[in-house]
Design a protein around this ligand. Structure first.
Ligand SMILES: [Zn+2]
Length: 63
């Protein structure tokens, strides 16, 4: 169980800490995530783990 919770703190793209705070205000709540970025996330992690800011910025920079 604890392992599952830990997993949600990891970015599904780079596996680093996504700095998401599920219990309060999270930076990702104020960010726009392009639909296409979720194509990079595998099915079982979709909707569970947040994408980190680094990956979001990198994705936006490329497109
Ligand atoms: Zn990431």
């Amino acid at each position: 169980m604890a392992k599952e919770l830990d997993k949600q703190k990891d970015c599904p793209i780079c596996n680093r800490n996504n700095s998401c705070n599920k219990n309060g205000d999270c930076w990702c709540g104020n960010e726009f995530f392009p639909r296409e970025i979720f194509d990079l996330v595998t099915g079982d992690q979709l909707g569970k783990s947040c994408i980190c800011k680094d990956c979001l910025n990198q994705f936006k920079g490329k497109n």
